[in-house]
Design a protein around this ligand. Structure first.
Ligand code: GTP
Ligand code: MG
Length: 329
């Protein structure tokens, strides 16, 4: 549904994006919430703003009363079409997966707690890239206290498990529970009813070591317990087709569209597509190209699958994958 956002909203959003600290951010977010048109088309966005406000308040007020409990947080600058954090128990194969889909050579070892720090790496898919963030394990035994913070601000999660582990079910339950303590809920699709205090993250459940003995049986068990909650993808380092399967499932989960911009009289710019969640409209694209386009857009033309070449489209036109769009103002 089109959001039909106003210039006041965009200018508040601009202030949010250029804010220098958390207090400025909070102020701008409150303005965004105050001026956003309140209708069905903006419900998701409203929920998103409320969640950001609530997280920032926590951040600003954090440590209150808890003397000496200084909070330490890391953040990973986002790059590419989406940031995916790698979550799972120790030794489950998280880093092996990152290496396989990103072509990196991060340290892998047959003992737990090999990874000690976060490590971003790019996963290419056709003409776009996703940013994966390898992390130390999420475990009841020991967990770095900054791990949940990094997960919270990511766009999606790969929940990575060892399919050859006899304690697989207990481990997945424990991982999900641990995240819930930090108000993070792993889901497959965005839920309609959301609690603003929680962070909901779309997740792909990836089962590593599928080549080993009991992995097949464990897949069946896991499908029974978690098949309705997550898409489950088996993975083996010995299967050359496995990395591409992960890439395809990621794109399907995130449900994104790529848009190529075109200046009047020029060829389309195929090198660097803009990426949007499916359902976003022409005005979202205009805004992403430049604020002036969003404010002063007269009309646009599209070359794509759903329209005839060069057809004029309006602000509420829903973007489709691989559309070429020319903006006029
Ligand atoms: N046979 C087999 N072994 C695997 C597979 N994936 C990972 N491994 C092995 O599992 C062990 C752990 O792999 P890592 O990638 O280091 O696991 P991790 O989850 O990053 O571990 P931590 O960083 O310690 O939490 C290594 O010995 C890997 O070689 C797989 O698909 N098949
Ligand atoms: Mg690791």
């Amino acid at each position: 549904m089109p959001a039909n956002l106003t210039p006041q909203y965009y200018s508040a959003e601009e202030r949010y994006k250029s804010a220098k600290d958390d207090r400025e951010k909070l102020k701008a977010l409150k303005e965004m919430l105050a001026v956003i048109p309140k209708h069905k088309g903006t419900e998701k966005l409203q929920a998103d703003i409320k969640r950001k406000i609530s997280n920032l308040k926590d951040e600003l007020e954090g440590g209150k009363g808890k003397k000496g409990a200084r909070r330490f947080s890391y953040s990973v600058d986002k790059e590419g079409a989406g940031q995916i954090t790698i979550v799972g128990p120790p030794n489950s194969g998280k880093t092996t997966l990152v290496n396989a889909v990103c072509g990196t050579e991060l340290e892998v070892a047959d003992y737990p707690f090999t990874t000690r720090i976060f490590q971003p790496a790019m996963m290419p898919y056709e003409d776009i890239q996703f940013q994966l963030v390898d992390l130390p394990p999420v475990s009841t035994e020991y967990m770095e206290n900054w791990v949940p913070g990094i997960v919270k601000t990511s766009d999606a999660v790969f929940l990575v498990l060892d399919f050859n582990d006899d304690a697989l079910l207990e481990k997945i339950d424990a991982t999900i529970e641990l995240l819930r303590h930090h108000k993070i809920e792993l889901i497959e699709k965005q839920k309609a009813e959301e609690d603003v205090r929680w962070t909901y993250l779309q997740s792909l459940l990836i089962g590593m070591k599928f080549d080993l003995a009991s992995a097949g049986d464990n897949l069946q068990v896991l499908k029974e317990f978690y098949g309705d909650t997550f898409t489950i993808v088996p993975f083996s380092v010995n299967d050359p087709a496995a990395p591409n399967e992960i890439r395809k499932k990621t794109v399907a989960m995130l449900d994104i569209v790529r848009i190529y911009s075109k200046r009047p009289g020029y060829e389309p710019e195929y090198d660097n597509p803009f990426v949007f969640p499916r359902g976003d409209t022409l005005i979202d694209f205009a805004k992403a190209v430049h604020k002036d386009f969003a404010d002063n857009l007269k009309f646009a033309r599209v070359w794509g699958t759903s329209k005839f070449d060069g057809q004029r489209i309006t602000k509420d036109y829903v973007l489709e994958d691989k559309d070429v769009i020319e903006l006029h103002m």
